[in-house]
Design a protein around this ligand. Sequence first.
Ligand SMILES: Nc1ncnc2c1ncn2[C@@H]1O[C@H](COP(=O)(O)OP(=O)(O)OP(=O)(O)O)[C@@H](O)[C@H]1O
Ligand SMILES: [Mg+2]
Length: 298
Amino acid sequence: MGLLAIASAKGSPGVTTAAALFAALWPRPSLVVEADPSGGDIALRLPGPDGQPLDPQVGLLSLVAAGRRSLYPQLVQHHVQQVVGGQDVVCGVTSPEQAAGLNQWPQLGGLFAELPGVDTIADLGRIGATTPQNALLANASSLLMLVDTVPSNVVHLRERLRRVEESSGGPIGVPLHVAVVAAPKRTRAVREVHEALERAEIELAGAHHLAFDPTGARFFLGQVVGNPDRTALVRSARPVVEELAQRTSGYYVPAAAPEPDETTEQPVPEAASIPPPPTGPPGVPPPPGASQTWGAGS
Ligand SMILES: Nc1ncnc2c1ncn2[C@@H]1O[C@H](COP(=O)(O)OP(=O)(O)OP(=O)(O)O)[C@@H](O)[C@H]1O
Ligand SMILES: [Mg+2]
């Protein structure tokens, strides 16, 4: 199905946490892929459903090794592991040195964007003009860049996006969204970041708010067990996930523009950036109980 890429420019604004969070809220079966060449974190944070650690040898590197000659969808299931709660994950490399030998990034984008019955949420880590995982963007429906509210980090985001644009010889080529990780009531920060990027002529398809919420984040870091539904982080993520999931499916219909006020976000994307809807009703998820057919061990 589709591929959503999540990344950052600098700092650790919570990309890996957001990938796990988005997968938990995703309206269709999803696969988290740790495509961060600096090293994966999920296997270090989350155990399997039986409470045992995940196998660090099973993941992106083993997939690429097995698909040296040809990477095809049926291969993926053998390199997927389930984490506690049932989410399917392709764990990342264990060190940057391992990633140096990985030269199939362009093929990985096509592979993960076309898995039958499952959307991929890829954690690209920190991206720049020369980072190899950028190749996955060619097959992504959206790129979501996370940034916090530290002014220097917003500048780094702007500069990094400019460099990526320059290296790709034009616009990044994938609808670009920004999520500003800010205190739950600081949604005005979204507008400030949006305006800063607009001044730099960086075209955004959407600017969103994710709550800075250490308590909520701990649920997705394997530090707390329970129901995170009421956390500020989950509540802030729901509308973002809903929009990006629709865009990933091609069923996106823009919401009516909100009345401007101090706390709402800036306008919804330009009509020109919205992909034409395929046949079928907008935004209808698959029937309840529809499950992926290819998870670990199946
Ligand atoms: N929304 C959030 N609110 C508050 N704290 C958060 C949030 N998301 C993540 N964190 C905290 O930030 C730290 C880094 O999170 P995470 O590993 O997801 O960041 P990252 O951007 O993937 O970092 P890296 O660049 O190292 O891969 C974690 O310790 C987590 O507790
Ligand atoms: Mg990370």
